[in-house]
Design a protein around this ligand. Structure first.
Ligand code: OGA
Ligand code: MN
Length: 294
């Protein structure tokens, strides 16, 4: 296995391309460890030309750690296209037809166009996300990644001291609300009550600190709401400056894996009449960010 920085001049330590890995075969413990080391360093890893199905994706992902269940979306059980181990990041229905422009799941899914960290709205959030491109439009629809370790490191000392012990409240009700999506059922409002997460967390393997921001973060404990949101906006603006960002241009059969503890990401727009079908497996962080204090 070999890992090379995708942009060695501008981002030598963020986003690597991996060669010598075949996702159709479950990795040995040594291979899994090499991937973890690569993730510790680069935060985002790209694997090209991996023509896999869900079963292979799940088997390989499981060899890296326990999976999270796909309970973060609003599809009813009878509408689901994929198993509960796989997040459906697509714009198609069970018959593989592109959904209507005003389809409720589509409008909810547009929240992915806001910078976020996966499952930060769950008490135990996500560790790695693993996104496999099955069908992609011929242009647009990139996914962008921001390095939240570099963003933390670049804060001035006063801001580092200010954010050090802050606790945010995260909910999908907040993030979807930013886009004006408020069409939640009573059950969804209960299920997605805000959860607490640290604003600064320490990576258990690399020891690096990162800003744990996400569109789901809508409050800071002990702060008035408008002041908290204004501050979180400032931090997001700082953290997503172009020097911290890698933009992934998808090819069919790409797999991109990212560490949600150290990065944010967002989808970019594309022609909504074209099929875009990606499947995501997700490793659970197993503990809350509250247990990963700096
Ligand atoms: C995700 C996600 C972005 C995209 O899969 O978690 O946010 O570009 N995807 O589809
Ligand atoms: Mn996401």
């Amino acid at each position: 296995m070999q890992i090379k920085a995708i942009d060695p001049i501008n981002r030598p330590f963020f986003a690597g391309e991996v060669s010598g890995v075949d996702w159709r075969k479950v990795p040995t413990p040594q291979e899994a460890e090499a991937i973890h080391r690569g993730m510790d360093e680069f935060g985002v890893l790209v694997f090209r030309d991996q023509d896999i199905d869900d079963e292979q994706q799940v088997a390989f992902s499981r060899a890296l750690g326990p999976l999270e269940t796909a309970t973060g979306d609003i599809a009813r059980p009878e509408e689901r296209r994929l198993s509960m181990d796989v997040n459906d990041i697509s714009n198609v229905d069970k018959d593989n037809k592109v959904v209507a422009r005003d389809d409720r799941r589509r409008l909810f899914g547009l929240g992915n166009q806001l910078w976020h960290s996966d499952s930060s709205f769950k008490p135990v959030p996500a560790k790695y996300s693993i996104l496999s491109a099955r069908i992609i439009p011929d242009k647009d629809g990139n996914t962008e990644f921001a390095d939240m370790r570099a963003a933390y490191d670049a804060l001035d000392d006063k801001t580092k001291a200010e954010v050090h012990d802050l606790i945010c409240r995260h909910s999908q009700i907040y993030s979807r609300g930013i886009l004006g999506f408020t069409d939640f059922t009573d059950d969804e409002r209960v299920k997605w009550a805000p959860v607490r997460q640290r604003l600064v967390r320490r990576h258990p393997r690399s020891g690096r600190l990162s800003l744990y921001l996400s569109s789901h973060a809508g409050e800071i404990e002990g702060w008035p709401v408008p002041e908290a949101r204004a501050f979180l906006r400032d931090l997001n603006e700082h953290a997503t400056q172009r020097q911290f960002v890698y933009a992934h241009v998808w090819r069919p059969h790409d797999i991109v894996m990212w560490d949600n503890r150290a990065t944010m990401h967002r989808a970019r727009r594309y022609d909504h009449t074209k099929v875009r079908d990606l499947h995501r497996t997700t490793l659970t962080n197993e503990v809350s960010s509250l247990e990963q204090a700096p």
